[in-house]
Design a protein around this ligand. Structure first.
Ligand code: ADP
Ligand code: MG
Length: 703
């Protein structure tokens, strides 16, 4: 049997595992087969060649190993009904304690008194005595037999595993056994020319050195090789998916640029397009002009002018005899889009309507009719557009605004509205760092508007503490005297909703007191209000009838009131960076200098400080997204949780972005040259790809 077949063996057959440990490995670590264990990588390495003496210990040094004896074991009750097991451990320089909070019975039975023993773990000092909680323990005689290197692998573990005696040492032994049984002959997964070009070490050597590094240098090379491979195959899959979509999914070719587009471009453009807008419109036009369905992501910072791009794309649909729709995540936003786009559409006598949850039945009837007979050209709306009742005569383009609120599932629901799916344009409000976009949306084509319309004054952002409020209020009065309007936003986090509402209402009351009628008028909008009331308040504010809008993050996305020039964010430390940036984007839309004031308490975590400093330093959404990614890691960014793409074994999208770019470049090059992976030198890639995707008959789609 070759090693590769052997790797499919269930894990319990590995010597030293057996059924009960096998069950634990499956449940706790998802290790089912030999191969899973092989690909279970250490998360760090420690030096096991050095031994400490008890009198050398210091607080908070990394794990240490000590040779000595256990001279006494006792059970101590430390809180009502809660016990711990304590052993006294000595060497020729002093005494310390070993402590267990769980697994007493099992551990007590396995401990051997007065024999020379090696302990390993983290030490802390308490009341002048060092102790080690849940140490690894082995007799010196056993210890001397096991493979020991200057860099010993430490594997991720779980509490259950530790309690059930599957320590790091046990995993290490299993790994040794695995290499023994398989003779460490693993099949190469990358073409020779690629490993040579990139100076990658062979797969065998990489796997050996990731688990049993011979040197720091060997480890570094092993990590590089395995990270590259992991990212490379993700890119191969994503790019392949995109290629297959293009071949499999026919789209309506929009071959014409006609009356609607030209008339608008020549006579009704409200401003000159930025170069970035022009470039992006061209990309969209080319894409929709081909035979394949467009799946495109349009990225651009807040205020970069995505709406006009969306509108002009819709005009192309109409020029080719198709309908278009735009879906927004909230009713407020849908309304806003409707108002803005109606203004443009009316100039061209386009029939445009809006459909949301609160559309009246009589209006609904008209919409359904006109949609089906094709006289309705543009439909704006919310999720309501996805209902089965909503049937288009000929939907050619579906635009989704503020992507992160909609899942992939909803995207494909829009597809199903016709036999031939509409072109899809997804617009994100939150810039996504390029590296992450590559991984998350590698199956979408990406257009980026990386330029703001001219003449924008950068918003001035400051960070102030609660205690500065008097000064801030004075500033608000001055701005209102100049005719400007103010937003004051409060956090609303689901977990502490009650407290948050209280803060919001308290804030509203005190603001109403400090800015009393009739001189001032204060609006409030929050999620618990009825949609109609919300809209009415928003309208009062956008018409300038109120000076101050007190709100929760309801106003986060899209709302456009150009006369509002000050954004005040209360408890700003409780918001994430991208949210802060989105909120700030509500001002700076008019000709006036705008301001953003971040108010926090004096006590700030270092992450919160970094967030405030970043906001004060830059207005660039992409730069902010990069910092956000570094602070929070990719897993916490919007939309990434559902994406399996980020279940990486060894690579890290933040730290290994350069390897990611390299992997993507090579994947693109290979697939543009040999998409079916037919060349002999690509047979190995084809085999891995088939194994990864379990797909058999995709090759027809790629020529
Ligand atoms: P976003 O990308 O955040 O959706 P919008 O499309 O709402 O941005 O545009 C923001 C503001 O900028 C709008 O008031 C819009 O009319 C204006 N705008 C867009 N493009 C240009 C341009 N090329 N020149 C001047 N103003 C523009
Ligand atoms: Mg927008």
């Amino acid at each position: 049997m070759s090693s590769n077949n052997l790797l499919l063996t269930p894990i319990e057959y590995l010597k030293g595992v057996g059924p009960s440990r096998g069950e634990l490995l499956r449940k706790e670590l998802g290790i089912h087969k030999y191969a899973d264990l092989l690909n279970f990588y250490p998360n760090r390495y420690i030096d096991r060649t050095r031994y400490y003496k008890i009198n050398e210990l210091q607080n908070n040094i990394a794990e240490v190993q000590i040779i000595g004896k256990i001279i006494n074991i006792k059970t101590v009750e430390f809180a009502k009904g809660r016990k711990r097991l304590v052993a006294t451990f000595t060497d020729d320089t002093g005494q310390m304690e070993l402590v267990w909070f769980q697994g007493h019975k099992w551990i007590r039975e396995s401990l051997k008194l007065n024999q020379i023993t090696v302990i390993f773990g983290k030490c802390t000092s308490f009341n002048g005595m060092y102790n080690m909680a849940h140490p690894e323990i082995e007799l010196l005689s056993e210890h001397e037999q096991s493979l020991r290197s200057a860099m010993q692998a430490v594997y991720p573990s779980t509490e259950t595993l530790t309690n059930r005696g599957i320590s790091n040492r046990v995993i290490n032994k299993m790994m040794q056994q695995l290499f023994l049984e398989t003779q460490a002959l693993f099949t190469e997964t990358l073409p020779d020319y690629l490993t040579q070009e990139l100076k990658l070490i062979p797969k065998n050597a990489a796997l050996f050195n990731i688990h049993f590094p011979k040197s720091a240098d060997a480890l570094r090379k092993a990590q590089f090789r395995l990270k590259f491979e992991e990212l490379f195959f993700i890119q191969i899959q994503l790019i392949m998916k995109n290629l297959i979509q293009k071949h499999k999914i026919k789209g309506h070719p929009f071959t014409k640029v006609g009356q609607f587009f030209n008339e608008f471009y020549q006579n009704h453009l409200p401003f000159e397009l930025t170069n970035a807008q022009k470039r992006v419109i061209k990309e969209i036009r080319t894409d929709m002009g081909s035979n394949a369905q467009m799946n495109r992501l349009l990225q651009g910072d807040v205020g970069s002018g995505k709406t006009i791009v969306a509108f002009m794309s819709m005009l192309l649909a109409m020029d080719n005899g198709f309908q278009a729709c735009l879906m927004a995540p909230t009713e407020i936003l849908a309304n806003q889009h409707f108002l803005g786009l109606s203004e443009l559409a009316n100039k061209l006598n386009i029939n445009i309507r809006i459909l949301t949850g609160s559309t009246k039945t009589s209006d609904r009837k008209i919409i359904h009719e006109e949609l089906e007979n094709g006289t309705l050209q543009i439909l704006i709306g919310t999720h309501a557009l996805l209902e089965d009742k909503v049937k288009f005569h000929s939907l050619g383009l579906a635009i989704i605004d503020e992507q992160h609120r909609f899942g992939v599932e909803q995207r494909s629901k829009l597809w199903k509205k016709n036999d031939i799916p509409p072109h899809i344009l997804v617009m994100t409000a939150t810039p996504i760092p390029r590296t992450l976009a590559m991984s998350l949306y590698g199956d979408l084509d990406i257009s980026v508007i990386d330029e703001l319309p001219p003449g924008r004054k950068p918003i001035q952002t400051v960070h102030r503490y609660d205690s500065n409020r008097l000064k801030i209020w004075k500033f608000i009065r001055d701005e209102i005297a100049l005719g400007r309007q103010i937003y004051i936003v409060y956090p609303l986090i689901q977990e502490s909703e009650k407290m948050d509402y209280k803060d919001l209402m308290d804030g509203y009351e005190s603001i109403s007191r400090d800015f009393p009628l009739p001189q001032y008028a204060v609006s409030i909008v929050h999620g618990k209000m009825k949609p109609a009331d919300k809209d009415a308040e928003m309208k009062r504010f956008s018409e300038g009838k109120t000076n101050i809008m007190v709100a929760t993050t309801v106003i986060e996305v899209g709302v456009n009131v150009p006369n509002a020039s000050v954004m005040i964010i209360e408890s700003a430390e409780r918001f994430g960076l991208s949210q802060l940036h989105q909120l700030r984007g509500r001002v700076g839309r008019g000709a006036e200098q705008s301001y953003c004031i971040l108010i926090t308490s004096h006590k700030l975590s270092s992450d919160s400080k970094t967030r405030m400093e970043t906001m004060v330093r830059t207005n660039d959404g992409f730069e902010i997204a990069e910092v956000d990614l570094k602070l929070r890691g990719p897993g916490n960014l919007m939309g990434t949780q559902q994406s399996g793409v980020l279940n990486l074994q060894i690579a890290d999208i933040v730290k290994d972005r350069e390897i990611l770019s390299l992997a993507r470049a090579h994947a693109l090059k290979i697939l543009s040259d040999d998409a079916p992976l037919q060349k002999p030198e690509h047979a190995v890639l084809r085999a891995v790809y088939m194994e990864l995707t379990k797909k058999k008959n995709i090759w027809n789609y790629i020529s």
